[in-house]
Design a protein around this ligand. Structure first.
Ligand code: FE
Length: 333
């Protein structure tokens, strides 16, 4: 009897201590690598005392894992890039709404899910990179114009298998409809200087090396390359400044459906949309803060200001399947 009482007391104590521990901890599954997230989580732990545990992997296995773990998932939050991926996670039923007036105040609506399933944390423009040696002043105008004959044999593109291009195409469909978008994409494919690239970095290097005159890339890849090689000749151009603006996508975060610590997770997300975290998070990958009150780093600001497309990034997900089919029909490998 005595022993049994002691055993029960010990059990109760264990349960209590794990509950206390759990409340002071948030678990994040992240498709962003350690070096891009750890400094932000460390800063949070330092001021809040809340531990942030994370694992990193590609987005597809992370989402499958949350789905498979179901009610037993240790994950409170999913952190990944591109509205297309976040929308997929929402469709899989692995996220739940995170309603927060703090997040609503900090992040513009076009960078959040309309159902509050996720919010953007940092922004990247998918814009035009060009050779100032081979592209004349005034020659560049819009994404659409890269389909014109003037660019025949001069354009480089990354593969259509990458979500970034699927999201860009999705927003073109939203703007122009499917028929006109297919003409634009066919024009791009016709104008290719060479086979599609596996990544944006190789594409920028190809522009720099003279393999092509112009291409479409995410801004932070340009930033990284420029930091490594200040002699880089390729430059960024902001298209569509007379109309809808540059295509902007994001990295973002969502609360998992069966989050063990939803309250602690909400506090972390709110903090991540605030000024201190926004600067650390955006600067580390040469991105733009999603909170418009927070200024980008000097390196990023040096690329110049631009008008961004205000289409909700969620469209990238809603029209993703349509975009993939259209790119395939147009012959974009
Ligand atoms: Fe990327």
């Amino acid at each position: 009897m005595q022993a049994s009482k002691g055993f029960l007391a010990a059990l109760a104590l264990t349960a209590l201590s794990s509950a206390v521990q759990a409340a002071d901890e948030v678990v994040v599954y992240s498709s962003r690598i350690d070096e891009l997230i750890k400094p932000v989580f460390d800063a949070y732990t330092k001021q809040s005392g809340v531990a942030v545990k994370f694992i990193t992997d590609k987005e597809a296995p992370l989402m499958a894992r949350i789905k498979a773990e179901g009610e037993n998932t240790p994950a409170d939050l999913l952190l990944t890039v591109d509205g297309g991926n976040l929308w997929q996670a929402e469709q899989m039923g692995i996220l739940q709404p995170l309603k927060s007036s703090v997040v609503e105040q900090n992040i513009p609506p076009q960078y959040r899910s309309s159902t509050d399933a996720w919010t953007g944390l940092s922004l990247r423009a998918r814009t035009i990179v060009y050779s100032p040696e081979r592209v004349k002043d005034g020659e560049l105008t819009t994404y659409e114009a890269l389909a014109e004959q003037n660019w025949e044999g001069r354009l480089c593109l990354r593969t259509s298998k990458k979500v970034y291009n699927q999201s860009l195409t999705a927003t073109l469909i939203e703007t122009h409809g499917a028929e006109k978008t297919e003409q634009i994409i066919k024009g791009w494919v016709n104008n290719l200087a060479t086979d599609v690239f596996a990544d944006d970095t190789a594409l920028i290097q190809a522009v720099d090396a003279g393999q092509c005159d112009v291409g479409i890339v995410n801004t932070y890849y340009f930033g990284r390359l420029h930091a490594q090689n200040p002699q880089l000749k390729a430059k960024l151009f902001w298209p569509n400044q007379e109309d809808r603006g540059v295509h902007v996508n994001l990295s973002g975060i969502g609360l998992t459906k069966h989050a063990p610590n939803p309250e602690a997770a909400r506090k972390l997300v709110e903090w991540m949309t605030g000024s201190e975290a926004q600067s650390i998070f955006a600067d580390i990958n040469m991105e733009y803060p999603a909170n418009p009150q927070v200024k980008p780093s000097a390196e990023v600001a040096a690329w110049g200001e631009f008008k961004a497309d205000t289409i909700p990034v969620e469209v990238a997900g809603k029209r993703q399947a349509e975009a993939i089919k259209l790119m395939d029909r147009a012959g974009w490998n």
